[in-house]
Design a protein around this ligand. Sequence first.
Ligand code: URA
Length: 249
Amino acid sequence: MMKENNKNERIQKIISNYGSYSRREIEKLIKDKLVKIDGEIAKLGDKANINSDIRILNKKLTLNLKQEYYVLNKPKGYICSRVDEKNKTAISLINNYKNKNIFSIGRLDVNTTGLLIITNDGYLSNYITLPKNKIRKTYLVWYQKKLTKENIFNLKNGIKIDENYITKKLANLKVIDNEKKFVIRITLIEGKNNQIKKMFIALENKVINLKRIQIEDLKLNSLEIGKYKKYSKQEIYNFLNVRENKNEA
Ligand code: URA
């Protein structure tokens, strides 16, 4: 049992310092009762210190020195959780994933395809998901029926979704085919839950297919569905325009 006077840091903070998990991941792991401090299930806000025996999914927390970066072209039918007993996870498409503490940065819905970054770099994950960093994410959207000029104006400038939320101006919108195939390319600087689907529902339209093709300057290019490409830290930070000395989450 740990001595009370040794408990001087919140468990979320300690785990975060190891760099393997994003803040959101850590909170979920704790809520799912998958974190133990000295043999006891941890609760959010519990305190510990670096000498505590901290275990995640029964694996002792160790400093993760080697950072890994993968860009996956996520297929339909895969979810973006780290552990799920019923569904196929996107992470499981990475070779040897069980021996790596990897997770996806942000989420794509189960039926959304395209660019997903998978890593063990908690700093990068926090950086990309922090709203104030306004990270640009580009999607191809196939929708059900022709958009009117007003629809396009509203998509660009803001649409009410959820109870009280108006979407931010898009960084870009390009109509690719509004006559036959109904395809548009949009770039968002935010990422609310199911945002694009909700935007189209608000226009009394419907998303048929959704594919993320770019985050900042990182492109999916011709990566085949279900395949991934490994990047170095330098490459990925450059493509994502990450500044390491700022916006510490
Ligand atoms: N917007 C959505 O509706 N779904 C996604 O997967 C991503 C953005």
